[in-house]
Design a protein around this ligand. Structure first.
Ligand SMILES: Nc1ncnc2c1ncn2[C@@H]1O[C@H](COP(=O)(O)OP(=O)(O)O)[C@@H](O)[C@H]1O
Ligand SMILES: [Mg+2]
Length: 358
């Protein structure tokens, strides 16, 4: 059993969801016999002490507001926590995108989930699509527009996009929770949608709109990745937008999705192949779009998926026979073995150099 720090909250729009996810993760870690240290991160990135963090875990507070202190000294709350493993439950930017993972690497601290490279690649939709394409994996036709080209000459930037039939979806390349995402019916709306998306990231992604079903599959593992059952999201709104995710409570999860077994198998193997293609280990929820009966596309890879008791990621594993405590325990175990392997690679380099120096 390990002393596990659970980091939650943070600077992204998913701050409050992260606190709800952390409550579930903490309960499950404790049920599995681990000792938990709650590590709340305020909305402006300050690390909070255990007493305040615990209040969020207990449900006394629902968000960790702005803390008027310089950031660096607050890192002591992490540095002095004597944890053996960090479980980041911080969705979105500064949590899911490789930055928190990089901090752990610098501190030589084992951490749950994908590493720095896989996290940042999965977080950037344009880079991720290019990577998946290079592996021959199916993604929806797309183009991208950089801020510099759009600001220099918007007409030319639009002309350089591939011809895509409408409707199209326009999104910030780096983002989440459907923030900045718009569905566009015709070309006249395109410039405003691109400008809107560029308000959230330096690159906008323009993608053919797929009319069909939204399917999700959970992946877990270290060097051998495994896929769960396949689930379906039934959005309450015309698409699964921010309001639908967090405000309306009208979307439904269907577990398992009603699919012919051959198609479900194909989705499960695509989920594993796509997470492997970005160099992932630990966990990911891979999201798909299904067009017609067989047109399957990988929409995105989430390396820190929602982890509340009703979230798709843990629910899909429950369906596969893996309880929440078993799931988080396996994730901690993977974190420790990844870290051990990383250390032995470092040692390999040092041994090689020592050998050269004779
Ligand atoms: N190409 C597309 N075709 C159809 N629907 C899409 C497409 N891209 C996005 N959507 C809709 O928008 C939602 C949010 O887009 P997504 O790429 O998943 O961004 P986020 O990372 O913000 O979740 C999806 O869940 C889906 O409902
Ligand atoms: Mg999504």
């Amino acid at each position: 059993m390990a002393r596990v720090g659970v980091a939650f909250g943070g600077r992204s729009v998913e701050h409050q969801v992260s606190i709800r996810s952390a409550r579930t993760v903490i309960g499950a870690l404790q049920a599995a016999g681990h000792e938990v240290v709650p590590l709340g991160i305020a909305q402006n990135g300050r690390w909070l002490d255990q007493a305040v963090s615990q209040r969020a875990v207990d449900g006394d507070i629902d968000s960790l507001g702005v803390v008027e202190e310089p950031l660096a000294p607050t890192l002591e709350n992490l540095l002095d926590s004597s944890i053996e493993v960090l479980f980041p439950v911080v969705h979105g930017t500064w949590g899911e995108d490789g930055t928190l993972q990089g901090l752990c690497e610098m501190l030589d601290l084992p951490y749950v989930g994908a590493g720095v490279g896989a996290s940042s690649l999965a977080m950037d939709k344009v880079l991720c699509k290019r990577q998946l394409e290079s592996y021959g994996l199916p993604v929806v036709e797309y183009g991208s527009v950089s801020r510099s080209s759009f600001e220099a000459d918007p007409e030319r930037a639009l002309k350089e996009l591939p011809e895509l039939p409408f409707p199209v979806f326009v999104k910030p390349s780096v983002g989440g929770s459907s923030v900045g995402v718009r569905k566009i019916a015709g070309p006249e709306e395109l410039p405003a949608a691109i400008a809107f998306a560029l308000g959230f990231d330096n690159t906008a992604l323009v993608e053919r709109g797929v009319s069909g079903r939204e399917l999700e599959c959970s992946v877990l593992g270290d060097q051998q990745l495994q896929a769960s059952a396949v689930g379906e999201i039934l959005p309450g709104n015309p698409f699964y937008d921010y309001e639908d995710k967090y405000l309306l409570d009208a979307a439904e999860l269907k577990i398992p999705a009603d699919l012919p077994s051959g198609l479900a198998e194909r989705i499960r193997s695509l989920a594993v192949e796509s997470f492997a293609a970005v160099g992932g280990h630990g966990m990911a929820r891979v999201d798909f779009l299904l067009e017609g009966e067989t047109g399957i596309f990988i929409n995105e890879i989430n390396t820190l998926p929602g982890f509340t008791s009703i979230s798709m990621y843990p629910k899909l594993w429950e369906e596969a026979g893996l309880s929440l405590p078993e799931l988080v325990d396996r994730l901690v175990e993977i974190a420790i073995s990844v870290h051990r392997r990383r250390r032995s690679l470092d040692q390999g380099i040092k041994d090689w150099l020592a050998h050269l120096e004779g």
